[in-house]
Design a protein around this ligand. Structure first.
Ligand code: NAD
Ligand code: UDP
Ligand code: UDP
Length: 316
């Protein structure tokens, strides 16, 4: 038994962000239940936690009901990379929507506080820049990214309806692009793609002309934001942006990765995927005010740490 320890459920706990969160919660003396169906997550991400008596791994798909007894729930289960979430788009929507319903039903039954990993994608291809939380977004409801964007939007709706209807304690974070060790090397996201390509001496694939922008947050900064949001007063529901406002074009990112790896890879230009947002930068005024949170790790430092991780994996 673990008297006095908070029991925390992390769905998607074997994924990139989930594994860092499980680690952090164990360091804070929580009893952690990690639930994952290993769609994009790996056992390797959490192998170092197996054997810790306060860590429990459950293979489970959140689209099915789950009966456990916990104090807090972090709902992260959902593929996050476009190539993965577009592989089985119906399952992606089900994971966000049915997964949210099941986890909210669980939270309601046991009286747990519940956190939702929402996304900057709820803003779609934004007409307002940078994006504050009250911007309602510009999402193409029938495009290839909609399974993810609309699934996450509907999950937010469910969170706020359970809050209004059942007085659940909810915490909704809108996460902007985050990177770091344990991103899957074949995950298809830009940071892992560029680093692996640079380390292997392969061409760096720039989609479009590379002028589109993203704002990249290092994973440890983001997890600190998760913990602060979960520990905030019950009046703080979010949605609240969590991300690093430092904004870069994909060409700038490629050049930085080439410099930090010392790679001689060439840039190649490929077609821009449909509905690819042109620019993205979080307005984090609310997170600063309410959580006293802001990122501390600049892009070059975070990239250097991520490159060190991938160097070991790709055998350089
Ligand atoms: P990830 O793909 O590494 O992790 C997602 C995890 O969820 C994986 O372990 C996967 O196996 C699991 N999963 C997927 N479907 C499931 C299901 N039906 N049942 C149980 N488990 C399931 O991605 P990540 O980057 O760690 O993202 C974690 C969460 O944060 C996701 O909800 C994502 O939408 C959100 N998010 C991430 C970013 C980012 O930049 N990393 C940005 C915005 C939002
Ligand atoms: N649920 C769950 N675990 C629980 C409680 C509920 O997975 O501990 C699921 C349940 O299967 C249901 C969903 O959560 O489909 C929503 O539950 P809620 O009680 O809100 O709705 P209802 O059961 O009345 O449809
Ligand atoms: N991108 C790129 N080359 C790649 C992978 C992605 O130029 O090999 C671009 C992609 O078109 C997008 C940006 O990088 O404009 C971020 O893509 P990612 O899939 O990482 O995240 P998201 O589009 O969901 O923000």
């Amino acid at each position: 038994m673990s008297y006095g320890r908070k029991r925390v459920l992390v769905t998607g706990g074997a994924g990139f962000l989930g594994s860092h969160l499980c680690e952090r919660l164990l360091a804070e003396n929580c009893d952690v239940l990690c639930v994952d169906n290993f769609f994009t997550g790996t056992k390797e991400n959490i192998a170092h936690l197996i054997g810790n008596p306060y860590f429990e791994l459950i293979r489970h798909d959140v689209t099915f009901p789950l009966y456990v007894e916990v104090d807090e729930i972090f709902n992260l289960a959902c593929p996050a990379s476009p190539i993965h979430y577009q592989r089985d788009p119906v399952q992606t929507t089900k994971t966000s929507v049915h997964g949210a319903i099941n986890m909210l039903g669980l939270a309601k039954r046991v009286g747990a506080k519940i956190f939702q990993a929402s996304t900057s994608e709820v803003y779609g291809d934004p007409e307002v820049h940078p994006q504050p939380e009250d911007y309602r977004g510009s999402v193409n409801t029938i495009g290839p990214r909609a399974c993810y964007d609309e699934g996450k939007r509907c999950a937010e709706t469910l969170f706020f309806d359970y809050w209004r209807q059942h007085a659940l304690r909810i915490k909704v974070a809108r996460i902007f692009n985050t990177y770091g060790p344990r991103m899957h090397p074949n995950d298809g996201r830009v940071v892992s793609n560029f680093i692996v390509q640079a380390l292997e001496g392969r061409d760096i694939t720039i989609y479009g002309d590379g002028s589109q922008t993203r704002s990249f947050c290092f994973c440890s900064d983001l997890i600190e934001g998760f913990i602060r949001l979960m520990n905030s007063g019950d009046d703080v529901t979010g949605p609240i942006n969590l991300g690093n406002p430092g904004e870069f074009t994909m060409l700038e990112l490629a050049e930085t990765v080439l410099r930090l790896t010392g790679s001689k890879s060439k840039l190649v230009f490929m077609p821009l995927p449909a509905d690819d947002p042109k620019q993205r930068q979080p307005n984090i005024t609310l997170a600063k005010q309410v959580l006293g949170w802001q990122p501390t790790i600049p892009l070059e430092e975070g990239l250097a740490r991520t490159i060190a991780y991938f160097r070991e994996r790709v055998g350089h």
